[in-house]
Ligand binder design. Sequence first.
Ligand SMILES: [Zn+2]
Length: 101
Amino acid sequence: MNRTHISDLARALRVLGSHGENLGLESSTATLDEIHTDLSRALDLMRIVNRPKPTTDCARHPYGPVDEEAINRCLLCGTHERRARYSGQADRPADAYRQRY
Ligand SMILES: [Zn+2]
């Protein structure tokens, strides 16, 4: 559960409750449109609150596999970074060999 938006959801639900108190046969179309907008907002917030907590600190792979050794706990980014680092090291001896001979 994502708790960062709980207060926003609580506020949206209180607004919806007030709509229920005030809704009647004389309610205008504008009022119904406003209720529709507020309902949509509450549903969007509910989806955000119900999302599982991300497994990593990575913006690109928030629910990806975890690598505790990686800076952002992302196995995919950590693997990419290690691969780039190792391939850079692998090129150095070959470059030195080419320069020498
Ligand atoms: Zn990542």
